[in-house]
Design a binder for this molecule. Structure first.
Ligand code: NAP
Length: 332
């Protein structure tokens, strides 16, 4: 039996949860009988059943002794929003489990595997751990570093320009580069982040509109770091799926020029807005991560961010060491 093939299938299913599972991991699961997939499921949304529980609850008929359950993340063994997956795996009579990577959540980390083995289940893994970790790098970062996974994306010309000399926008990348970055950068992060300067100068849409048609619909959030509420109300980004980060009212020296953080504008445009304290001229990192990774109302949190600029914003992230990966697109 080729374990890698079925873990691959779990990863493809897992990806369908991007943008829907919030701060949870993306997980897919398949049940294999005689080398064929007879059932499959993925974690469909924050607070909803885990992949292996959904799969096992949907199974009609009995589990056979040689059936193998595949899942890209170690099954959980703790009571969270849903009961432990190890319980249903044991109860349903599964005898073989193959997993992709251990769960970095300290409440699980190996204990799920241990619980299954204690119940007499044959557990094999990790299988394709690097690929599994790559998919859930945001979830891992949140568990280990307490913040989302951060990728900085820059575009510059061969001579190093990022905009025209007067600061006005300069088209740098080709259509092909744009399609690649929409499909493989924007669509593969939970959020795209820019500073207020970029919205004021470029008025970008920051949507995933040029993606490869085989990719899932993306629900990528747009975040603007706008401490002084200085971006225009009619900017293209002002709409549903945008989160504005403003500084706390008590930190404002004078009344805001564009006080769009009022309930009327939020309702009219459908944007979300949060206030975060400023420390040494920039948003306090701990408070910022708390806002972005704590589920609240209909926001389920994010685990990965693509920082698209501009120069001041890149600089602040770099100086603070808030960077896991950097991508440079060099245009004409
Ligand atoms: N080539 C590329 O890849 C690319 C990408 C994007 C933009 N650009 C270009 O970059 C230029 C804009 O860059 P920019 O450096 O002027 O502006 P920016 O980086 O887009 O925005 C800077 C502003 O955002 C706010 N900000 C950013 N990080 C913050 C933090 N951690 N805490 C608090 N506030 C924060 C501050 O607002 P306040 O000023 O209110 O304090 C800051 O002045 C434009 O010319 C645009 O065309 C190029």
């Amino acid at each position: 039996m080729n374990h890698a093939t079925f873990i691959h299938r779990c990863l493809l299913l897992a990806q369908q949860g991007r943008g829907k599972v919030g701060i949870n991991p993306m997980v897919g699961s398949v049940l294999v009988r005689n080398d064929e997939i007879i059932a499959q499921a993925h974690h469909e949304g924050f607070g909803l059943p885990h992949a292996e529980r959904s799969l096992l609850e949907s199974i009609e008929g009995s589990i056979k002794p040689d059936d193998v359950l595949y899942v890209n993340l170690e099954p959980c063994c703790h009571q969270g929003k849903t009961p432990p997956c190890t319980d249903i795996i044991i109860k349903k009579g599964i005898k073989h489990v193959v997993y992709g990577m251990k769960d970095p959540n300290l409440e699980v980390l190996g204990k799920g595997i241990e619980a299954l083995r204690k119940a007499g289940i044959d557990v094999v893994g990790p299988v394709l751990p690097e690929l599994c970790q790559r998919l859930n790098r945001g979830f891992i970062s949140l568990q280990k570093n307490g913040r989302p996974y951060i990728t900085l994306k820059h575009a510059q010309t061969r001579s190093g320009e990022i905009s025209k000399p007067d600061g006005s926008p300069l088209k740098i990348t080709s259509q092909e580069q744009d399609e690649w970055s929409h499909s493989y950068l924007r669509a593969r992060h939970d959020a795209i982040l820019v500073g207020a300067g970029t919205v004021i100068t470029d008025d970008p849409q920051l949507t995933v509109r040029l993606k490869n048609k085989n990719l899932e619909q993306s629900l990528t959030l747009r975040i603007v770091l706008d401490p002084n509420s200085s971006i225009p109300k009619d900017a293209q980004i002002m709409g549903e799926g945008t989160l504005l980060i403003n500084k706390e009212k008590k930190d404002c020296d004078q009344p805001r020029e564009h006080p769009f953080v009022g309930a009327d504008v939020i309702q009219e445009k459908g944007v979300m807005a949060e206030e975060v304290p400023v420390k040494n001229g920039v948003f306090d990192w701990e408070s910022l991560w708390k806002v972005l990774t704590t589920p609240k109302d209909n926001f389920n949190g994010i685990t990965s961010i693509l920082v698209e600029g501009g120069a001041k914003t890149w600089d602040v992230f770099k100086k603070a060491g808030m960077i896991d990966e950097e991508v440079w697109l060099v245009g004409k």
